[in-house]
Design a protein around this ligand. Sequence first.
Ligand code: ADP
Ligand code: ASP
Ligand code: MG
Length: 423
Amino acid sequence: MALVVQKFGGSSVADAESIKRVAKRIAEAKRAGNDIVVVVSAMGDTTDDLIDLAQQVTPLPPQREMDILLTAGERISMALLAMAINNLGVRAKSFTGQQAGVITDAVHGRARIVDVVPVRIRETIEKGQVAIVAGFQGVTQETNDVTTLGRGGSDTTAVALAAGLGADVCEIYTDVDGVFTADPRIVPSARKIDRLTYDEMLEMAASGAKVLVLRCVEYARRFAVPVHVRSSFSNQHGTVVEGHMPEGGNVEEPIISGVAHDRSEAKITVVGVPDVPGKAARIFEVVASSGVNIDMIVQNVSVAQTGLTDISFTLPAADGAAATSALTEHQPDIGFTSLQYDDTIGKLSLIGAGMRSHPGVSAKLFAALSDAGINIEMISTSEIRISVVTRADSLDDAVRAVHTAFELDAAENEAVVYGGTGR
Ligand code: ADP
Ligand code: ASP
Ligand code: MG
């Protein structure tokens, strides 16, 4: 007998039939003698639809109201799922994030969980009932308002509850059979990975592999929660994320975990920056003070005659307007010539242990991209990752080329995508 937190993503509860199918699965796990806490996302593309709806009403909705609107999506699915489970003769009760004791900071739209006090959830499982919790939401003690945790945040709710309840495992049920060597929607020959360390998964998630959201992996690592990513549409064993890389990382051979891609970034080029000490610092101070996190940075060699240089950096496209308006405001004191904004970029990352100590890895990556006729615009590396920026429309080809070059393609068994719209 175990205490299991099971999270079902939007594509697993997209319609009434899917909700009944998931309910059956939960009831079976309960009847097998386990204590079950379920975290559920909004049905299908409900969250996107609600965002579109708000946009039709006003281009700049107040963030507090936006959070109230979006939390409605998970309320719908939690109640329907509880009804479906009760219908199977297993007692189940649904709870909002607030009722479940998910306490967050007050940053609407991307709140962080600061504490989990799952008193009612414990009471429910002690009574032998299944507790269903709305993912992606919490409450801030500052104002008692509801908050949301950022896109994909139900994963974080699940891991946070698993940590708070001391669960044996957190199972993340989704529309693919686990974490693959690349997104199966782009690379059908991708291979399922049986086991990943927190650090490898952290890099995959940070590089755009949205199968697990980054904060959930950070949370799992911090509280050592084993996470099992698997499909709600099959009974296959998925991917277990746990443990750490060997001490010192003295890996003889680089171990490639996979290729991740990200379409959500944009590039800003600050043109004609005076090449004197302190200018880069000013630029990034200004961007940081607008609350924007930057990712990759490239500074070009300055032109001798003019003493001017260009600095390019990438950032989440959603923060593009904030960063450009902050920089434009400070153009007189920084003294640059102009700004260029480009949101048609894509980022590819190759992830694996032992990258830095194996220069051959980058050479092979660049050769694969050049053979496929793909131009590299920016490069960055870390201990276990190499990332490059390409044109957005060549990103899929780039991912496939690199996946093949590193011999990650499976011999048979194409990866299955069971549902979802990929939105
Ligand atoms: P859910 O609605 O269950 O939260 P998501 O859409 O957030 O599901 O995440 C699952 C999707 O993540 C898959 O359908 C797949 O397209 C995408 N994905 C991206 N990279 C990977 C990867 N390396 N392995 C598996 N899935 C991936
Ligand atoms: N429903 C939210 C979203 O679409 C949270 C989640 O699915 O994890 O981002
Ligand atoms: Mg998700």
